[in-house]
Design a protein around this ligand. Sequence first.
Ligand code: IPE
Ligand code: IPE
Ligand code: MG
Length: 258
Amino acid sequence: MNIPELLDRNKLPRHIAIIMDGNGRWAKERGEDRVHGHYEGVVSVREIVDACGEIGIGYLTLYAFSAENWNRPKEEVDALMELLVNTIRKEVDELKKNNVRMHVIGDFESLPEICRVELNEAIEITASNTGLNLVLALSYSSRDEIARAARLIAEQVQAGKLKCEEINDELIGRHLYTSGFPDPELMIRTSGECRISNFLLYQLAYSELYFTNVHWPDFRKPHLHEALLNYQQRERRFGKTSEQIQTNQPQHVQGNEE
Ligand code: IPE
Ligand code: IPE
Ligand code: MG
């Protein structure tokens, strides 16, 4: 295993979330079509999934397609959907073998039928795996996710099954797509943009944010290790003082686990 000696295995995040950005710019720099960058981005996905499995990360959430990405040129959207289908088809056996369990968050119904079929199959095939949980954010909008949770909760109040006083942070968390997953301790965004772009707004409340200029197709194992080393050097204070933390260092923020 290729894990840098410096990495403290007792201080790893349980959940890493990644905004895989920069495929288009990577391709443009090479005088190629944007879609070429997306193809090459899949190679990084494979490597990062492997790396997370190797290290023993519990959850990896990859922002693969935002709700806003539907507004891109039709040719690019079509190419991305096709790439998704082909990649899932090609990788599902390997995921199964590597004990990876697949999940999808986002507006599943808005995806083309062929994607839904492939994704459902992969989710089913990998359902009994117990290693890395690979969460694909597809047609995902965090604001829509929160609005959906509000709607689900309001319906229960309206039906008399829930009292307004019972609505709290934990209950909201249980109505998000990510219900049952710990909150990400580390969020990585590649390609230099320092923004969240409607990704896991609620879940990232106390995440450590890591931004790198490396474009996603160039982001490989050593870059992930670098991000983890950087994460391990941070002091997570959760509102407390540094002195309080040094006597009792918490490793994780409370998520919405079942
Ligand atoms: C990320 O790369 C992939 C998706 C959003 C699907 P981009 O396609 O956003 O690449 P840039 O940001 O234009 O370079
Ligand atoms: C965010 O990247 C979405 C994904 C990586 C899937 P974008 O490239 O769409 O984000 P903006 O538009 O630059 O904020
Ligand atoms: Mg982008």
